[in-house]
Design a protein around this ligand. Structure first.
Ligand code: PEP
Ligand code: MG
Length: 957
């Protein structure tokens, strides 16, 4: 991604004219290895087509599309010309930004620059800038307009207290991309200012990307610090952008009109009072942009010029981005949209000019705005508009025939049978234009009412608090004024209820998905969920009746929250077309004890509803409409397994010793301090993995040392002298912390995560270590560091711990690392000299060894920890550890896989750490083995080539 940095800037350049400036730029781009010789011709050709002068003393020379193959690496170089260069028509350039772009990445750069372009004296300031940092600051730090529109206001939100209201306000700011991750936590820490009339004010400058103001009011009267709380302003503050608003607000309060805000029932009224951006009830039109490189400078310029020829306001927005409309007359604003080919532009124009302006603008856009455009693939009228990517048509997969067996991935053990209940996402068909505003409004109300009622039923039925909360959030989403206001505006413009609803929900979901915070981004799925429910009502698609008896839920893929909302009493088993065994949804299924087979292929979605299905979650096997004898065998198998489990459960408190007397410790993985009691009750001989990030995630802000100490103490108390293996905070990658902002990375799985992250935040890590050591009280404590990939990381973490230990002495402490990265396994012979133990995290070790994302929707099925390559790494680790008398545990999901237990024992693993539910079964598995046979099996497995062969080997043995 293109970003501006000081290294790209050359200050104090001079050129007699534009050709000389272009020559300088081309030389620089070539010298820095961005482009091949000959790119200069591209720069010249582009200027010949039209000047790249952008305004405010800036030009952005770049090559033509046919010189793109001369670009080696996308990048920019900035040349400052303090004496100026005439760019034609007397336009003086003080800064030339030469772009070498292989694709349309420079649109991002233009977006960035447009912030600066609003500045009045920027050209002069760029000329005078004394050094590169100052120049960069000018480009990045220009004041921006305060974002304040209907989407920033939520009235009557469900909130129990001040804190919840703050979360809601901060969320609006996040949705509008005003702030980054963690803003809510920052706001919680600043002191709120009472404004009178029950209104409160909070602001922070930290993590602000663009200034914005959110206003939220609670659904019921609240109090805060002994005073009424009727409304809360949350300001993401940047520069002076909010100055004018503050003055208006003060005037309003002095006039005694504060009550109007706290008691407002319409967003429009609040915006009118505050002078924010009012939603326009103007005629609109839409068109899909076909320009190959999006709305870049040249077409945007033509569009802005045409818009300027009309005497009235014209605004434009990109529907898919869910962002705000900008003036179509402003080149910089148009560029700031970053519109790309295939995205839908929506134009609105003042009623007085709309009849002339809209058709003219649409025609100009359709004709390519001065560029030749290749038409977009046709989309049918009725198709939902949201899909940005056009998928190639695929042959419809066939449903597996009666009696067929389909091999999927074993995701959660157990045998289940029942009728298929297929949840497939429908393509809804509906007209874009409505019959009449009143009729469409009525239809929408009826649909919303029905869905509200359905959700209410789900809330009543739900047993678990967590499940109830999901549906309460859905109800809140249904009533969110930010959504309903926008839908109402669209109905006014003549859209059908279904079209308006779908566009608004989809835009909100896209916006939500773009959030860096994975937990918040996951809420996009909830938005789409309620979106579909309402659309189903509007389009008359009946919701499938849930079968009366316990059923097998068949889905494309399931998210963790889909699984969490299942009622284990009704859902006998889960079958998915896509997904893998270490996806978090599979982990949740295991925790709920629902047998699951995942990744069984798209054919399963074609199975007729009600077809009898049999799934074996241990073998990953599906049988469609099984013959009576197959069913009988399965039932017998299930009975046998249940008996085995029953017998195992009875002996769960005994240790796990093989038939030839070799003991293997079986510990528990837990993620919350409360989990320890269940773990001990299920026979855990200790905790082998305390995922402390889950403790951090359970708090709305970073728990301080005292809070952490209490949590860790609770675990140690519960263990009653048994050892505790704690993993230090493992965030980043797929595990974000809402209140810990982490810079967006191209590839977070290979970025700053685990130990890399905590070493960058020694305050957090030392705090955690202090809390752990204080909690220890001479009980057996083992601390391990996640995602260690190098000896230096281990040594830094160890040194930090030793420093803290000098301050807080602990008698029984061991320090180790998790083996989750292949480099750590390969370095085990070196690390083993220094560590006290290793614990192998096979979930991550498998994903990094096989280069398969553990949550990948289609590939993760192949991320099998029994792959011989992973077994080789485990073997290296165990050998190295034992050479130095150190112990090795396995705490990834593999440790609970019955087929893996013999191999891990055979490879010499000393401890298996599994979820509480699996302890008894794993212990029983160990008791059935002899060490010598397990060793033989492991040696044989190391010589095989595939995970399938390894599984077959163990099954046969
Ligand atoms: C692992 O990677 O195997 C592991 C235990 O850590 P987590 O699943 O928490 O990433
Ligand atoms: Mg891990």
């Amino acid at each position: 991604m293109l970003e501006l940095t000081i290294e790209q800037i050359s200050m104090g350049q001079s050129a007699v004219d534009k050709p000389a400036a272009l020559q300088l730029l081309a030389d620089k781009l070539v010298a820095d290895g961005l482009v091949a010789e000959g790119y200069l011709a591209g720069l010249q050709a582009r200027e010949a087509q039209g000047s790249t002068f952008l305004g405010q003393g800036i030009a952005i020379p770049h090559g033509t599309p046919d010189t793109r193959d001369l670009v080696f690496t996308t990048g920019v170089r900035l040349l400052q010309f303090p004496e100026g260069v005439d760019w034609g028509d007397g336009q003086m350039v003080y800064l030339a930004i030469g772009i070498a772009a292989k694709s349309d990445e420079h649109l991002r750069l233009l977006q960035l620059l447009t912030r600066a372009l609003g500045e009045t004296d920027l050209g002069e300031a760029l000329r005078r800038a004394g050094d590169a940092p100052a120049l960069l600051k000018l480009l990045q730090g220009a004041p921006q307009e305060l974002a304040l529109d209907a989407q920033m206001i939520s009235l009557g939100v469900m909130a129990e207290d001040f804190e919840e209201l703050v979360w809601r306000g901060a969320r609006l700011l996040r949705q509008a991309d005003c702030v980054s991750n963690g803003f809510a936590a920052l706001l919680q820490q600043v002191e709120a200012l009472p404004l009178g009339d029950g209104l409160w004010w909070l602001h922070s400058e930290q993590t602000v990307k663009r200034p914005g103001l959110a206003f939220v009011t609670p659904d019921k009267p609240l109090r805060y610090l002994g005073q009424p709380l009727t409304g809360l302003f949350c300001l993401a503050s940047l520069g002076e952008a909010h100055q004018a608003l503050l003055e208006r607000l003060c005037a309003l309060l002095i006039e005694g009109r504060g009550n109007e805000l706290g008691g407002a029932t319409s967003t429009r009224a609040v915006l009118e009072a505050l002078g924010g951006e009012l939603p326009a009830d103007w005629p609109s039109a839409r068109i899909v942009l076909a320009n190959a490189h999006g709305l870049h400078a040249r077409p945007a310029k033509i569009l802005a010029q045409l818009a300027k020829s009309f005497d009235g306001e014209i605004r434009l927005r990109v529907v898919e981005s869910g962002g705000l409309a900008v003036s179509a007359k402003s080149l910089s604003k148009l560029l700031s949209l970053g519109a790309q080919r295939g995205q839908t532009l929506e134009l609105v124009a003042e009623p007085t000019i709309a009849d002339d302006a809209l058709p003219a603008l649409l025609k100009a856009i359709e004709e390519g705005l001065g560029e030749e455009v290749e038409p977009l693939p046709a989309v049918t009228e009725a198709a939902p508009q949201q899909a940005p990517a056009v998928k190639a048509p695929k042959a419809k997969p066939q449903a597996p025939r009666t009696g067929a067996q389909v091999q999927g991935v074993a995701a959660a053990p157990g045998i289940a049978m029942g009728p298929a209940h297929i949840q497939v996402l429908h393509d809804f068909e509906y007209p874009q234009r409505g019959e009449s505003v009143a009729l469409e409004r009525e239809r929408l109300q009826a649909a919303l009412g029905q869905v509200r009622q359905d959700i209410e039923g789900l809330i009543q039925r739900a047993q678990a608090q967590a499940i109830r909360e999901i549906f309460v959030t859905h109800q809140e989403m249904l009533d969110d004024p930010a959504l309903t206001d926008e839908v109402a505006a669209r109905l006014h413009q003549g859209e059908s209820a279904a079209a308006a609803w779908n566009t608004v929900i989809e835009a909100a979901a896209v916006q939500q998905e773009a959030l860096q915070d994975a937990l918040l981004a996951e809420r996009a799925a909830d938005l789409r969920d309620i979106g579909r429910r309402v659309l189903a009502q509007l389009c008359g698609v009946p919701t499938l009746e849930e079968p009366k008896e316990a059923y097998i839920l068949v889905m494309d893929e399931v998210g963790p929250s889909d699984v969490a909302r299942l009622d284990p009493a009704r859902v006998a088993g889960i079958l998915t077309a896509r997904g893998g065994a270490t996806a978090h949804s599979a982990i949740v299924a295991r925790a709920l004890g629902i047998p699951a087979v995942v990744g069984a292929g798209e054919g399963v979605l074609q199975i007729a509803a009600g077809t009898a299905l049999l799934i074996d979650g241990q073998r990953g096997l599906l049988t469609v409409a099984p013959a009576p004898e197959v069913l009988e065998r399965a039932l017998a198998d299930r009975d046998r397994r249940e008996q085995r489990l029953q017998a195992a459960a009875e002996r769960r408190m005994e240790s796990a010793v093989t038939l030839d007397g070799h003991a293997v410790e079986v510990f528990a993985n837990i993620g919350e301090s409360a989990g320890v009691a269940k773990a001990v009750e299920q026979g855990a001989e200790g905790v082998g993995l305390l995922r402390t990030e889950l403790i951090f995630m359970a708090h709305s802000q970073a728990p301080d040392e005292a809070v952490q100490e209490a949590e860790y103490r609770r675990v140690l108390d519960g263990l009653q002298g048994r050892p505790l293996v704690v993993r230090t905070l493992d965030v980043g990658g797929d595990k974000p912390l809402p209140y810990w902002p982490i810079d967006k990375e191209e590839n977070p799985f290979l970025g700053v995560r685990g130990i890399r992250l905590t070493l960058q935040r020694p305050d957090v890590m030392e705090g955690q270590l202090r809390a752990l050591l204080r909690a220890a009280d001479n009980r057996p404590l083992r601390i391990m560091f996640p995602m260690v990939g190098s000896v230096e990381e281990w040594r830094q973490a160890k040194d930090m711990t030793e420093r803290v230990r000098r301050e807080i002495p602990v008698k029984d402490l061991q320090l180790g690392i998790m083996i989750e990265v292949p480099s750590a396994a390969l370095l085990a012979p070196v690390l083993a000299r220094e560590v006290d133990f290793f614990s192998i995290g096979t979930n991550d070790l498998t994903q990094y060894t096989l280069a398969i994302d553990r949550g990948h929707p289609t590939l993760s099925a192949q991320a099998d920890g029994l792959h011989p390559a992973v077994l080789q790494l485990i073997d290296i680790t165990v050998r190295a550890a034992h050479d130095y008398g150190k112990w090795v545990g396995v705490c990834g999901e593999l440790a609970a896989d019955p087929l893996a237990v013999p191999l891990l024992v055979g490879l010499g693993v000393d401890e298996l750490s599994v979820s509480a539910r699996s302890i008894a079964e794993v212990k029983a598995g160990v008791r059935e083995l002899t060490l010598s046979h397990a060793q033989q099996l492991a040696r044989h497995a190391l010589g095989l080539g595939t995970a399938t062969q390894v599984r077959a080997l163990v099954e046969k043995s």
